[in-house]
Design a protein around this ligand. Sequence first.
Ligand code: NAP
Ligand code: ZN
Ligand code: ZN
Length: 349
Amino acid sequence: MPTTVSALVTEGASKPLERSTIERRDPKPHDVLIDIAYAGICHSDIHQARDEWGGAEFPMVPGHEIAGTVAAVGDQVSKFSVGDRVGVGCFVDSCRECDNCRAGEEQFCTKGEVQTYNAREYSGEQTFGGYSQSVVVDENYVLNIPEGVELDVAAPLLCAGITLYTPLTHWGAGPGKKVAIIGMGGLGHVGVKIAHALGAEVTVLSQSLSKQEDGKRLGADHYYATSDEQTFTDLDSTFDLIVNTVSADLDLEKYVALLALDGSMVNVGIPSNPGSIHAFSLANGRRSLAGSKIGGIRDTQKMLDFCAEHHIGAEIEKITVDDVNKAYDRVVDSDVRYRFVIDIASFDR
Ligand code: NAP
Ligand code: ZN
Ligand code: ZN
């Protein structure tokens, strides 16, 4: 018998999120039932709830930054026990057979990984995300949240954390490397912490200097305002790696010019519109323009262990389930320091 639980549901792109209920399946032999404690609000939730990327399926329950506690396990589960502190990120299944799945890069499953919400299980069942009291997930897609990082500040690591950890480690951020992070939002601020912990020299490129003090406190060595044209002159041909976390359209041309010889600019922000760049801007300086999408399960666990070891969690503003629509508007206005996290217990208040 499926269980009925409270959730925040939106019925359409221009509709608000409202308290409602959804059904969660009974745990199958390899499933873990998780009581959700916290769910982070990722800008991707907003893009999807407002159908800014197209193809949204309603009703929708967003949320792919999930932290909670194991409440029950199927009889064949070997990795988790009741009471364990766990997380769920952006996907809850993949084919497990394609080259990418076998390589631990399930986020690039060639059959299509099953997104945590706004998607369908391979069985056809609609997936609903973390803005809800519980979720049932196959144990192979559940992460262990180590002691040393609290559940509320851990939740955003499940998307924001891994989305920055992957390009930073893949493109070799570390001692002697100059790394710039564009955008001091949910992704960006975690990126600053991780890049600093990896030993890189970290620069934040933000629209203004309003968050400069925080940036420095979180580990940035330098902080520049992109509204000041002088920034682009001062930093010409400087960085080995630039990670672009911006959710809106940017003039890529201007930022690529900030790359040193053989530097790479990796886009993780996904604005609605395509960008453009002149080939000469890349040819000059043998620069690379790349992209990156979250990370696989193995790397997500590595990231969580790394964050626990370095005492890295997100900087959060905790909100109740009734504050979520307002929070969405504030995220879009870049008015968040630095991740909203929904206290799921507030469903009962
Ligand atoms: P966020 O908290 O809203 O942060 C985005 C930041 O971008 C803002 O804080 C702001 O930083 C900057 N920004 C916003 N509008 C801007 C504009 N018009 N011009 C210049 N800068 C602007 O969002 P997020 O949750 O970090 O997500 C960022 C993007 O990454 C979204 O598009 C999201 O969908 C995407 N994403 C991708 C992946 C992936 O796997 N690739 C995973 C998660 C999210 P400043 O105030 O410092 O300028
Ligand atoms: Zn996300
Ligand atoms: Zn696969």
